[in-house]
Each structure stands twice: as C-alpha cells, then as structure tokens.
Ligand binder design. Structure first.
Ligand code: FES
Length: 171
C-alpha cells in the first residue's frame, strides 16, 4: 500500500527483495496487500523505508508459525499508527500466539496417533478407522453408508452446529 510521503523511503523493490531473500514479485504483493508500505517516485516506482526489512522479518516469522497473511495483517493493525513491530510488540504478539500454536500441535499429535492405527492396516472401515470415521461421526447422520451416500465429515460439523443452535439445554 503506498503512502503519500516517507522521507527515508530509498529502497527499491529489488533492494528489499535482496535484503530479505524474497522474489521482487512477493515484495510487490505484500505492498499491494498493505502489509508493507511504499511511496511512489514521480516515475511511479515504489520506494520503501528501512523499517520494511523488519516488517518483512515479522511477516516471515509469523508465517513460520502458520499464520495466514490475513492474521498477520490483523496483528499489524493492532499496533498504534500502523507502526512496524518493535521488540516489545513482537514479544507480546508472539506470546499471544502461543496458546493457539499449542492447540494446533495437540490436534496434530492426536491426528498422528490416529494415523498410526492406519499404518499397515488399509481397512478404511467405518467401524474401525478413526480417520475415516472419527468417533463414529457417520452414525450421527443416520443409518446406512453415509459416506457412500455422498455425505462427509463437513456435513457432521454442520449438523453439530445446527444441533447446538437449536438445543435449549445449551442456552
Ligand atoms: S485404515 Fe484401518 S484403521 Fe484406518
């Protein structure tokens, strides 16, 4: 996203790309997404301030822990005056992301344990396979071979949500 003025904006797209090891197209993309800020020369070329390097380091670190660009943009928007994350900002944001990362790890470990049961098996049985039919989810959709009828785990989630909304015991 271009801003009207930035006196220290002297780095070209190529300069920034070289400093952080990104393709120039990625730098332009992040600029268009508003994750970094550029100004335009009279000839229409982008120029970036030196804080762009730190901003891209923040984006890269956030991506390493699985954050999407939307989530990263949300985190950047929490900072006053759209500033580049300071040392303390990054420490606070990283701390706030820790519980979510712990949950993701726990979910993946549980999936790995279920996958262990499939290794060397291959049955893909509705009765036995914890990945194909976790917690006998197919049974919540009714009788019969629900997956073969075209339903899937996403239908189970929708049914569970609808039940939660209409179940007076949950209110
Ligand atoms: S394939 Fe047999 S338990 Fe998953």
């Amino acid at each position: 996203m271009s801003t009207p003025s930035a006196p220290d904006a002297t780095l070209t797209v190529g300069d920034v790309a070289d400093r952080v090891g990104l393709a120039p197209s990625a730098v332009r993309y992040y600029d268009e997404r508003g994750l970094i800020r550029s100004v335009r020369t009279t000839g229409g070329q982008r120029r970036f301030g030196r804080d762009t390097i730190r901003r891209l380091a923040f984006i890269s670190a956030a991506q390493q822990v699985g954050k999407t660009l939307d989530q990263i943009a949300d985190a950047l928007e929490t900072l006053p005056d759209e500033r580049t994350p300071t040392h303390d900002d990054w420490a606070a944001i990283a701390t706030s992301w820790r519980p979510g990362l712990d949950e993701q790890i726990a979910r993946l470990e549980a999936l790995r344990d279920k996958l262990d049961g499939c290794i060397g098996c291959g049955c893909l049985s509705l009765e036995r396979c914890a990945l194909w039919n976790p917690d006998d989810a197919a049974a919540t959709l009714g009788d019969g071979a629900r997956w073969l009828l075209g339903e899937s785990l996403s239908d189970v989630d929708a049914t569970a949500t609808a039940t939660a909304v209409h179940d007076p015991s949950r209110s």
